[in-house]
Design a protein around this ligand. Structure first.
Ligand code: MCA
Ligand code: AMP
Length: 531
């Protein structure tokens, strides 16, 4: 039986159809002794691990809910509680509303709202109806939301504030779905999604050109949710203090999916704040997942000591400085477990639950994941990965897909790394042009193009400056047009960005310079920009 499951996973890996299926001439071979076995409890046979158990996200979730319908699966600090049976019923009703609206399996819905029980119901209901969900930051400006909607072509948008969407042709509703027609549910095809069907399409601004759609299949997300469930010993008795936004893989694909796959519970915290996290812990939360900026704020708050009762605190999305790891440990006894992931791959590598969590490293490959290092010029190496969690290709974008995979089928993360003598992976830098601030990605090119489109700007560049709180912070270098006055330009550009960019993408510091350093081909020499 065990061998059959293992074979099923690898057969699926080799057979699944991508949107822009890369030339998969390479064989995806079964590793003899997977490095990830280090994550399993002693005595567990890796061949018995079924990362696709349930077949699809709703398949796994509904079977967990049915194990005990009376259990609380969602709660809020306002005192709302939703049982497993209630969530099953409410998400079936939501699926019914989508179906009654005429949405068909495979169609896309845009979801852009703050964390709430209604949002979770609207999301889970959409997956149960076989829809593909396009999540979007709830703080995006109307311009950013419009450009995302244009790229994604959704059949419906679910947004907190319909005024943020300006396209009159797009059908819009709020997360309670109140203005969609209700149906009895009898005629709704529930939970029919297949492992290969797309569950999420997440748009990254991309390092070059137009936004790239990352289509995550049920299989990708399920494999990763099971992997962290196993590695972090996630049990039905756990409650996650869920303070991450639900429009990125960290909050959605790890926090919410992991909770539901494990048959566990989550306390929804709409806005991160140390006092809210402490309250959730005081009410029984056992798990906390956060980005380093959150741990930085917790470490500086009087609530740090309140984290002591947690079973596990996890950090990811950006590097956790070793000093911050020490500070949290000293203040509350938690040895924060750092892990590494990416939108295109969900979770990749994690420090061990049992054994040493080594500060400054991200640990070992998670169940099902293979990692290799590809040497580059200058002595660095790129982290390359493969596994059931990795997307098959970008959406309708063969060029981006071709660039993202090696000829032998490994996904190129664009991150640089090294293994230490004990097999712990460290991330030493990035080959891609990306700034990570507060755990959010900022693509310099997007901000630069906006700055250059201002009439008073002759040239502009953007770089990341180190910041203790934010990890990195966005700094803009601007060459004003001859006629422009430096001070006025900066004030105008600040306002210009505030209107068009969500807060985390906006430059926090401005430098007026005479020229942007470029090479003979016109490419910005970023290392010469000194923030
Ligand atoms: C914002 N501010 C800044 C910066 N950003 N100041 C300096 N430098 C910055 N970089 C200012 C704002 O303008 C505002 O100022 C004040 O700081 C608070 O900003 P705000 O955005 O409201 O902060 P917040 O709401 O407190 O948010 C901080 C946060 C948030 C909770 C850490 O950034 C967050 O939720 N990050 C998580 C992102 C995430 O989930 N990433 C996962 C993606 P003023 O008050 O004057 O207006 S990565 C992923 O999914 C992969 C798979 C992975 O590996 O996980
Ligand atoms: P995203 O595209 O938003 O999914 O961001 C993924 C990127 O975040 C990765 O490619 C890394 O550069 C970065 N990242 C995620 N986790 C970590 C970590 N623990 N340490 C360093 N960088 C990380």
């Amino acid at each position: 039986m065990a061998a059959v499951r293992w074979r099923r996973l690898w057969t699926w890996l080799r057979s699944r159809k991508g949107h822009d299926r890369r030339d998969d001439t390479s064989a995806v071979s079964q590793p003899d002794a997977p490095a990830w076995a280090a994550h399993l409890p002693a005595g567990t046979d890796p061949a018995g691990v079924d990362l696709l158990a349930g077949g699809s996200l709703p398949g796994a979730w509904t079977s967990a809910w049915r194990a005990d319908g009376t259990r609380t699966v969602l709660s809020t600090l306002d005192g709302a509680r939703v049982s497993a049976a209630e969530l099953e019923e409410r998400t079936a009703a939501a699926a019914g509303r989508y179906a009654a609206t005429g949405l068909l399996p495979g169609e896309r819905i845009l979801l852009s709202a703050g964390t709430s029980v209604d949002l979770v119901v609207a999301y889970v209901g959409a997956l149960r109806a076989g829809l593909a969900v396009v999540p979007a930051n709830s703080a995006y400006t109307p311009a950013e939301l419009a450009s995302l909607a244009q790229a994604a072509g959704p059949a419906l948008a679910v947004v907190d504030d319909p005024a943020r969407l300006t396209d009159p042709a797009l059908r819009v509703t709020t997360p309670d779905l109140a203005n969609l027609p209700a149906t009895t549910g009898a005629d709704v095809g529930l939970d029919r999604a297949d492992t290969n069907d797309t569950a999420l399409i997440i748009y990254t601004s991309g390092t070059t050109g137009r936004p790239k759609g990352v289509p995550l299949s049920h299989g990708n997300l399920l494999a990763s949710a099971h992997a962290v469930r196993l590695a972090w010993r996630w049990e039905p008795a756990d409650t996650l203090a869920l303070c991450l936004p639900l429009f990125h893989v960290h909050g959605l694909g790890v926090g919410l999916h992991g909770t539901l796959v494990s048959g566990a519970a989550a306390t929804l915290i709409p806005r991160f704040d140390p006092a809210a996290v402490a309250e959730a812990v005081q009410r029984g939360a056992t798990l906390l997942f956060g980005v380093p900026t959150m741990y930085h704020r917790l470490a500086e708050s009087p609530q740090l000591k309140d984290l002591a009762p947690l079973r596990l605190a996890v950090s990811g999305s950006a590097p956790l400085p070793a000093e911050l790891h020490e500070a949290v440990h000293a203040g509350c006894g938690q040895a924060v477990l750092e892990r590494y992931g990416m939108t295109e791959t969900v979770m990749l590598v994690s420090n061990p639950y049992e054994g040493e969590r080594r500060p400054g490293t991200v640990g070992f490959p998670l169940p099902g994941v293979e990692v290799r290092l590809e040497p580059r010029e200058g002595g660095t190496a790129e982290i390359q990965v493969r596994g059931p969690n990795v997307i098959a290709g970008y959406l309708d974008n063969p060029e981006a897909t071709a660039e993202a995979y090696t000829s032998d089928g490994w996904f190129r993360t664009g991150d640089l790394g090294s293994f230490d003598a004990d097999g712990y992976l460290s991330i030493s830098g990035r080959a891609k042009e990306l700034i990570i601030t507060g755990g959010y990605n900022v693509y310099p090119r997007e901000v630069e193009e906006l700055l250059r489109s201002h009439p008073a700007v002759a040239d502009a560049a953007v770089a990341g400056a180190p910041s203790a709180q934010w990890g990195e912070t966005v700094v803009a270098f601007v060459v004003p047009d001859d006629a422009a006055d430096s001070e006025t330009v900066v004030a105008e550009l600040d306002a210009w960005c505030a209107e068009r960019l969500v807060a985390y993408k906006r430059p926090r510091e401005w430098r007026v310079v005479d020229a942007i350093p470029r090479n003979a081909l016109g490419k910005i020499l970023r290392h010469e920009l000194t923030p």
